[in-house]
Design a protein. Structure first.
Length: 293
């Protein structure tokens, strides 16, 4: 599959996830010390490995590629849906689903078949720890989960305190180039940038991932432009020039004039996993470099 198509599917999953969020809270299935796990999202795979039970995962979806060992797990679905029959054949004692990221009809089908489904639903940065706690209970790794949760909050608190009171750095986050789409202040991704003293030029808490015009970026003159690497399609695709933006055409933008355009690993920026700490550290270092001139 072409890189462009893979990137577009990733974007659509983000938008689908945002548009289908509900306020419902799903109870944990009556499972403890699960041994045969189907994990239907890349971030749940990462968290299960962090808990030390990655070897219990018997099926997952495409894009679940971290840590390296995850690439050896059988694929039982992806953006287009999941293979219900194959999941039944695997006889899992726990299915970790992604509410909003997996198709609702697929999850409803699994539950109608009386399979033990836990619906993962994270909306905010610190809610990652809620999923860690749930997975710890379901896999019998509560002590490890507690340690991970404590470390996660400690690292976020440390980063927040370190950058508290620093000069604001205005930024534009290029989620997608054609059409031009970004994150707004209501997005959980924006939380990482805010911790680092970033100030989003798009301030619309009602829309997490709005489509905007190029003129909006020009008028707001961001000091930095952040582009998730391997996520947009502004670079060459299969040796051919992509259809993305060439920011050098607009040198009047401070970020362009001062060469403050940064491409950062989209996986650490966009997954509800412990690697958001790494992403926040990278973003904070980036903004500190801009402040230093």
């Amino acid at each position: 599959m072409h890189t462009y198509k893979l990137n577009k599917l990733l974007l659509l999953v983000i938008l689908l996830f945002t548009s289908t969020l509900s306020s419902a809270e799903y109870p944990l299935p009556e499972v403890r010390n699960a041994q045969r796990i189907v994990a239907l999202s890349p971030h749940s795979v990462e968290l299960l490995y962090a808990l030390g039970v990655g070897d219990r995962i018997i099926g997952t979806t495409e894009f679940a590629d971290y840590p390296e060992a995850a690439n050896k797990i059988e694929r039982v679905g992806g953006y287009h849906g999941i293979q219900t029959e194959r999941i039944l054949e695997l006889e899992p004692d726990l299915i970790v689903a992604w509410e909003g990221g997996n198709k609702a009809e697929d999850l409803n089908m699994l539950e109608s078949l009386k399979l033990p489904v836990y619906r993962s639903e994270t909306k905010r940065l610190r809610q990652i720890t809620q999923e860690i706690k749930a997975l710890g209970i379901l896999t019998g790794t509560e002590a490890k989960a507690s340690a991970l949760i404590q470390s996660f909050h400690s690292e976020l608190d440390k980063l927040t305190e370190m950058h508290k009171g620093k000069a604001k750095v205005t930024f534009f986050y290029q989620l997608w180039s054609v059409p031009l789409r970004t994150i707004s202040t209501g997005s959980w991704i924006n939380e990482m940038l805010t911790i680092c003293g970033g100030e989003n030029i798009i301030n619309d808490p009602k829309l997490d991932y709005p489509q905007i015009s190029l003129e909006t970026v020009l008028l707001n003159e961001p000091q930095a432009i952040i582009i998730p690497a391997n996520h947009g399609h502004d670079d060459k695709v299969n040796g051919e020039t992509g259809t993305g933006l060439d920011w050098k055409k607009w040198p009047e933008i401070p970020a362009v004039k001062n060469d403050h355009i940064y491409r950062i690993n989209g996986d650490i920026l966009h997954r509800f996993s412990l690697r958001v700490i790494e992403a926040t550290q990278v973003l904070c270092k980036t903004f500190d470099g801009i402040r230093a001139g």
